[in-house]
Write a protein that binds this ligand. Structure first.
Ligand code: ADP
Length: 163
């Protein structure tokens, strides 16, 4: 069975993330979409909220499992018998970060590989922080976030952005 792990902050999940998930789910038998906790980052949404949003927007993909991970992603991947970690590559900044992460994961778990996917054209410039910026300036996020979560994301970011 081909199993992949797609880790990220998903703060919040965007159409860019969903596009990657849908494409990967066509190639692998099982895809674990995993909310990873990076101690150096400050998040807007709680883990429970991120998991709920991810479940909502992936419920049409039967081979996707949403989970969280508080250990290293390579250790988590071994635990669920995945041998591939999925990452998205938007630009040169992502490339620089991802190549280090790849080497790091490889040094811990040489038998787990990383596959990087390019985003579809309309998601190239999309990030979770862009979504927050749009809301801050009262612009619509409808074309960037799955429709099921647009109002929750807008309301929550508005409530928390000044805290
Ligand atoms: P990070 O790991 O930097 O916190 P995220 O959690 O937002 O990033 O995203 C998880 C993964 O999804 C990363 O590999 C990131 O490059 C990728 N990604 C983020 N936004 C997009 C997008 N718009 N299109 C494709 N991939 C993306």
């Amino acid at each position: 069975m081909k199993i992949a792990v797609y880790p990220g902050s998903f703060d919040p999940v965007s159409n860019g993330h969903l596009d990657i998930i849908e494409r990967v789910a066509k190639v692998f038998d099982k895809v674990y979409v995993v909310v990873a906790i990076n101690a150096q980052k400050k998040y807007t949404f709680t883990i429970e909220e991120k998991i709920e949003m991810l479940k909502k927007v992936t419920c049409h993909i039967p081979n996707v499992i949403v989970d969280q991970c508080s250990e290293l992603v390579s250790i988590y991947s071994k635990k669920v018998n995945a041998n591939v970690i999925i990452r998205g590559l938007r630009n040169f900044n992502d490339y620089q970060d991802e190549i280090s992460l790849f080497q790091f994961n490889r040094s811990i778990s040489p038998d787990i590989d990383t596959f990087a996917l390019f985003p579809s054209a309309n998601n190239l410039f999309l990030s979770s922080s862009t979504i927050k910026e749009l809301i801050l300036f009262n612009a619509s996020i409808e074309q960037y976030v799955p429709k099921e979560i647009v109002s929750f994301v807008t309301k929550t970011i508005k409530e928390r952005q000044h805290k």
